[in-house]
Design a protein around this ligand. Structure first.
Ligand SMILES: Cc1cc2nc3c(=O)[nH]c(=O)nc-3n(C[C@H](O)[C@H](O)[C@H](O)COP(=O)(O)OP(=O)(O)OC[C@H]3O[C@@H](n4cnc5c(N)ncnc54)[C@H](O)[C@@H]3O)c2cc1C
Ligand code: FES
Length: 266
């Protein structure tokens, strides 16, 4: 696929994965795509937004998304045989996992990790959500560890508690890959540092161009769409904006908690 303008792709399927979480499948292979990279999805006359890829199959890809605002509502309402535009892939993805890589996803963050979970021992993956009805891929990865904040499925508590348990046998872990809320990723970084394990996280910032031109996605000195979204933890430690501030659509810097709450209300 050319990455400089959107390719029109036909929607093959749209599946409900969990509450407010859907996967849209389009016919494409995204040759050379590395899990953790992202694509820009375009709905004509609506907008263009960044998404990870959750299914990398022989002749189709899947994008799993949470319905939040105008764009994702439209996406959830698209019909089979409808057309969307996709450009990319962009950015830097995760390194190749080995047999002792641990993969941790929180909330919708697990969607861009899913093609990696396909490649590793499923019991090395940890998937968390607030509640059972919001948990992704329960049936796809039956042998993964699951946690819910309210205890409605899997272990009650946070993914980080399972990680601590795994790292009590540190020689069985080579590195940790993580995607989810920044508060969770910060805790994962701390735990990995304590156990001297390499850690890679995927960062989310508001994106417009997706390829390093507009400056919208800056986090401190990092151009997240081009130098990330996947970073080794040592490259974000000490970044004054990571887990503290993010920019909304206008470019205004807000506390990261407000960024997550913000619903396109400008
Ligand atoms: C690299 C990357 C990969 C992503 N992958 C996924 C994914 O696999 N699944 C998924 O559900 N979401 C993903 N997102 C977030 C997704 O882009 C937003 O959830 C989506 O744009 C929301 O649009 P909306 O109009 O429905 O909601 P809005 O009401 O416009 O926004 C809701 C929230 O979504 C975020 N958001 C909105 N627009 C953007 C934008 N242009 N760039 C970044 N964040 C935005 C903000 O946190 C905002 O608070 C990813 C974001 C990035 C940066
Ligand atoms: S989104 Fe434009 S520079 Fe990153």
């Amino acid at each position: 696929m050319r990455d400089d303008y959107p390719m029109s792709l036909e929607i093959l399927e749209i599946e409900k994965e969990a509450k407010d979480l859907f996967t849209i499948f389009v016919k494409n292979t995204l040759d050379g795509f590395v899990p953790g990279q992202f694509v820009m999805v375009w709905i004509p006359s609506v907008d263009e937004k960044p998404f990870g890829v959750s299914y990398l199959e022989k002749d189709r890809i899947g994008i799993t998304f949470e319905v939040k605002g105008k764009f994702t509502k439209k996406l959830a309402g698209t019909k089979k045989a409808g057309i969307i535009g996709i450009r990319g892939p962009y950015g830097i993805g995760f390194p190749d996992p080995d047999s002792s890589t641990i993969v941790i996803g929180g909330g919708c963050g697990v969607s861009s990790l899913a093609p990696l979970i396909e490649k590793i021992k499923k019991s090395n993956s940890i998937i968390g959500a607030r509640s059972k009805d919001m948990l992704l891929f329960r049936n796809r990865f039956k042998d993964a560890h699951f946690t819910t904040d309210d205890g409605t499925f899997g272990k009650k508590g946070f993914v980080t508690e399972i990680l601590e348990g795994k790292l009590s046998a540190p020689d069985k872990v080579s590195q940790v890959f993580c995607c989810g809320p920044e508060i969770m990723m910060s805790r994962v970084i701390e735990i990995c540092k304590k156990h001297r394990k390499k850690c890679f996280i995927s960062m989310e910032r508001y994106m417009k161009c997706g390829f390093g031109v507009c400056g919208q996605c800056m986090c401190g000195d990092k151009v997240v769409c081009k130098e990330g979204p996947v970073f080794e933890s040592k490259d974000v430690e000490g970044n004054p904006e990571f887990n503290h501030f993010a920019r909304i659509k206008s470019g205004k810097k807000v506390p990261v908690s407000d960024y997550v709450r913000w619903r396109g209300c400008e």
